[in-house]
Design a protein around this ligand. Structure first.
Ligand code: 5GP
Ligand code: ZN
Length: 142
């Protein structure tokens, strides 16, 4: 648990939440300021700031709970689909520094757009630049 972390306080029961799923390691609850009815957050109970900070097995547990909740969230909200996403890091819009996955129900007429729409102009990368970045990522992923 981290002091001054709102999601750690929710895990500890010090701040109330509308819990929709809980097990030993993972908690899911409704977003307090939802982007759509049923907007759900899925968090590891242990404090980790970023997706990549979680141990592999915990990350797998968080994703498994997200996958498990997609159908219930969509059907409870009467949604046609959902946006399932993490804002990872302050620069990416992460406001609460305790990693959390969003499940946001989506509707035909919701006027919202795909994840691609949060980005501006696309970089114009030639084949060499694409090869370089692919090699650079793959070296680091070993
Ligand atoms: P972020 O921008 O960090 O990815 O998203 C943080 C989310 O947490 C926001 O959608 C915000 O509405 C939600 N949130 C912030 N504080 C609380 C809280 O105290 N309780 C709940 N249930 N959600 C919160
Ligand atoms: Zn925390």
């Amino acid at each position: 648990m981290s002091d001054d972390c709102i999601f750690c306080s929710i895990v500890a029961g010090e701040i109330p939440s509308r819990t929709v799923y809980e097990d030993d390691d993972v908690l899911a609850f409704l977003d307090a300021n939802p982007l759509a009815p049923g907007h759900t957050l899925v968090i590891p109970k242990a404090h980790h700031e970023h997706v990549q900070d979680m141990p592999n097995d915990l990350a797998a547990d968080v994703f498994a709970v997200m996958q498990r909740l997609v159908d219930p969230v969509e059907s409870a909200a009467g949604a046609d689909g959902s946006t399932v996403a993490f804002n990872n890091g302050e620069v990416a819009g992460q406001e609460v520094p305790h990693t959390h996955g969003h499940i946001v129900p989506r509707f035909d007429d919701d006027g919202s757009r795909p994840i691609h729409s949060i980005f501006g102009e696309r970089p114009d990368l030639d084949d060499d630049e694409l090869d370089d970045i692919a090699a650079s990522i793959s070296e680091r992923a070993e």
